[in-house]
Design a protein around this ligand. Structure first.
Ligand SMILES: [Zn+2]
Length: 207
C-alpha cells in the first residue's frame, strides 16, 4: 500500500519564517489583528506546536521495529498492547483526532519491545491522517517488518472536526480495525483477541 501521507520528496520545505507568516494570515483572516500584543508570539508558538504535532514525518516507522528479540522460549500466543493513547490531526480540517489504539500480533519467532509498538503508533499518528489509513499503516508495518502469523489493530477515536464544527456531535467515536493473517482467517484467534480486549485492566483489577 502506497504511503500517501509522506510529503512529495521534491517539495521544498517552507522556512520557519514562512510558516509563521502563514499563521499571521490565518489570524487576520479570522478577524484578528496579528500585531495585537497578545498575539505577537502566537505564530512562533504555533510553529513550535506544529513541530511537536507532526514529529512523525521525521520518523522511519520501519526502523522502529528493526530490533527484535528471538529468545522468547517459543512464545506463541497473542501479544497485545492496548489503550495506547494517541493524538493525531485530520487531513481534511487539520483538527485534532484523539484516541486509543489496540495493537496485537501473533509472533513468529521474533518479538519487539512493547515501547516500540507505542512509538510506531506515534510515528503514524503525528502526521495529517484519516483514521482508516492510520489503522492500516500501523498494521501493515508490523506485518511486513516482523512477519508475524497475524496482526490486528483496532482504533477508537474522537474527531474534533465532527465534535467542534460541522455536525457538532460530541461523544461520538469512530472505530476502525485492520486484521491480517490469522486474525483475519481464524475466527477463534479473533475471538481470543476480543476476549483479551474486554478483560479488566490492571487498574480495575487492583481497585
Ligand atoms: Zn476532519
Amino acid at each position: 500500500m502506497a504511503d500517501t501521507s509522506s510529503p512529495a520528496p521534491n517539495t521544498r520545505r517552507p522556512t520557519r519564517e514562512e510558516a509563521e507568516q502563514a499563521v499571521r494570515v490565518l489570524l487576520s483572516w479570522a478577524g484578528e489583528d496579528p500585531e495585537r500584543e497578545g498575539l505577537l508570539d502566537t505564530p512562533s508558538r504555533v510553529a513550535r506546536a506544529y513541530e511537536e504535532f507532526f514529529q512523525g514525518y521525521a520518523v522511519n516507522p520501519e526502523e522502529l521495529l528493526q530490533r527484535t528479540f528471538s529468545e522468547v522460549e517459543d512464545y506463541d500466543e497473542i501479544v497485545l498492547l492496548r489503550d495506547i493513547r494517541f493524538e493525531s490531526h485530520c487531513e481534511h480540517h487539520m483538527a485534532p483526532i484523539i484516541g486509543r489504539a489496540h495493537v496485537a500480533y501473533l509472533p513468529r519467532r521474533r518479538v519487539v519491545g512493547i515501547s516500540k509498538l507505542a512509538r510506531l503508533v506515534d510515528a503514524y499518528a503525528r502526521r495529517f491522517q484519516i483514521q482508516e489509513r492510520l489503522t492500516a499503516q500501523i498494521a501493515n508495518t508490523i506485518d511486513s517488518v516482523l512477519q508475524p502469523h497475524g496482526t490486528a489493530v483496532i482504533i477508537e477515536a474522537g474527531h474534533q472536526c465532527m465534535t467542534t464544527r460541522g455536525v457538532h456531535r460530541p461523544g461520538v467515536s469512530m472505530v476502525t480495525s485492520r486484521m491480517l493473517g490469522v486474525f483475519r482467517e481464524n475466527s477463534d484467534t479473533r475471538k481470543e483477541l476480543m476476549a483479551m480486549l474486554n478483560r479488566p485492566t490492571i487498574g480495575e483489577l487492583s481497585a
